[in-house]
Ligand binder design. Structure first.
Ligand SMILES: [Zn+2]
Length: 129
């Protein structure tokens, strides 16, 4: 299964399979104490430089600015989403992002599952409009 990752509009969008999925102007926090003087940068994405996929994780290199201290620059690969069954699924980018391969990388993919919460089932019947 192949996934087409592209950067569109001079770095304004990440497109996955010709769908615009991630745009600039998002506010990200990432765990990198050395990027600027802030322990946790309040980082506004201004442009996507590169996008790739590592296993099923979509990662990107971005350019932007820390709105807390004004530092600008590029950030190394950060995970922004995942590929599930050939579809792009957003990561929760409002929580702290952990740089790909960084020391803080945890196996957060493995959520403990109590067998009761089967979200994969067909729930459409229960919805009333
Ligand atoms: Zn800062």
């Amino acid at each position: 299964m192949s996934v087409a990752l592209r950067i569109l509009d001079d770095g304004a969008w990440i497109s996955v399979n010709d769908q615009r999925e991630v745009s600039v102007s998002e506010l990200w926090r990432f765990a990198d104490e050395e990027w600027c003087r802030c322990r946790l940068p309040d980082f506004v994405v201004e442009g996507f430089l590169d996008v790739g996929v590592d296993g099923r994780t979509v990662e990107t290199r971005v350019y932007g600015q820390c709105i807390a201290c004004g530092e600008t620059g590029t950030v190394d690969w950060l995970p922004v989403g995942r590929i599930l069954d050939g579809e792009f699924v957003d990561l929760d980018r409002e929580s702290v992002l952990h740089p790909a391969g960084g020391p803080d990388r945890r196996a957060s993919d493995e959520q403990p599952s109590d067998g009761d919460s089967a979200i994969d089932g067909d729930q459409a019947d229960a919805v009333e409009r």
